[in-house]
Design a binder for this molecule. Structure first.
Ligand SMILES: Nc1ncnc2c1ncn2[C@@H]1O[C@H](COP(=O)(O)OP(=O)(O)O)[C@@H](O)[C@H]1O
Ligand SMILES: [Mg+2]
Length: 316
């Protein structure tokens, strides 16, 4: 069953220097228990997409078009009160990029975990604390962290608390935006294992956002590759990783170091475009090794190349 249906979503930032088309006509869906990986270089619109799904796009940004249907309800047109009471954090929640220090320094972890439960549900303080204790154990922390303050925790522990916060109301979908990027390699692996456990034990739907395709390969059922505000390739992870179709995806995969591989590492030359004034036609054309005339003129539609594997490229 589809939990989340995103159709033709557009999110623009209206800056003094022009309109940044950060998310430009993006469509995808997420089923129950599915992990969808969203990959792409920095600046491709991944975080903006995440904010959009929470309807928390910071000004001067705004959702300017499309639909976001969560559990059958379109949240683009929903009033803020209903959204806050019934959807945000409760049905869809988010672990924000770089938010390790977003915990309130003056309250204990326990208080910060209990607060949303009390706000949203009719339970006693004691029950709420029991739920918080269960949740911290689930994310691999000792119960006594409930009595501690944020500054007493390591980076890895704080990230586990952030994950517990995102899960505390048992939302149907969790968006994790670069949840391991700020952590060192060993802790990063532990957090990845935690996400795998959450996926398996809770059958949790997760939108896993990262610039690192190798992390997506570890955990995602499906993957959407973003370039310059658009999804350029979308499909089952095995298909996308084994037979990448878009030259951009191919380039990204060649830039991942692999053990025992004799293939030379390479990087896609050039940089992502300025989204205030993206290239006409295919936004990737200035960097594409296979560029043709049509690519400079017309935007490629996204097409199924077989097996629900979608690609937006004139080569197909
Ligand atoms: N508050 C903002 N105001 C104006 N432009 C923004 C703002 N936040 C992000 N952008 C622009 O939107 C585009 C997408 O950014 P972002 O969603 O952060 O990408 P990613 O998460 O993939 O790195 C970038 O061009 C970025 O400069
Ligand atoms: Mg980001």
């Amino acid at each position: 069953m589809s939990l989340l249906d995103v159709k033709n979503l557009k999110i623009y930032y209206f800056t003094l220097k022009g309109v940044v088309r950060a998310v430009d006509d993006v469509s995808f869906n997420v089923r129950e228990g599915e992990v969808l990986g969203i990959a792409g270089e920095s600046g491709s619109g991944k975080s903006t997409l995440g904010y959009g799904l929470m309807r928390l796009v910071p000004p001067p940004g705004r959702i300017v078009g499309g639909n976001i249907v969560v559990s059958g309800r379109d949240i683009v047109s929903m009033d803020e009160g209903t959204l806050r009471r019934e959807i945000r954090w409760k049905v869809i929640s988010m672990i924000f990029q770089g938010a390790l220090n977003a915990l309130n320094p003056v309250y204990t972890i326990g208080k910060q975990l209990v607060e949303p439960i009390i706000f949203h549900e009719d339970v006693s303080l004691k029950e709420a604390y029991e739920r918080a204790a269960e949740m911290v154990k689930l994310v691999g922390l000792n119960e006594d962290v409930l009595r501690r303050y944020p500054h007493e925790l390591s980076g890895g522990m704080k990230q586990r608390v952030m994950i517990a916060m995102a899960l505390i109301l048992r939302p149907k979908i969790v968006i994790a935006d670069e949840p391991t990027t700020a952590l060192d390699v060993v802790i990063q692996a532990q957090i990845m294992n935690l996400f795998k456990k959450i996926k398996k034990e809770l059958n949790q739907s997760i939108i896993f956002i990262t610039h690192d395709l190798s992390l997506i390969a570890e955990i995602a059922d499906n993957v959407a590759v973003m370039y310059a505000g658009k999804i350029v390739e979308y499909g089952n992870s095995d298909n996308v990783f084994n037979t990448p179709k878009h030259p951009y995806t191919q380039g990204l995969l060649k830039s991942i170091p692999r053990l025992k591989s004799k293939e030379k590492l390479s990087w896609i030359p050039g940089t992502p475009p300025d989204l205030r004034n993206p290239p006409v036609g295919c936004r990737f054309h200035p960097r594409c090794p296979y560029v043709m005339d049509v690519c400079r003129r017309e935007e490629p539609p996204i097409k199924d190349v077989g097996g629900n594997h979608l690609v937006a490229c004139w080569l197909y």
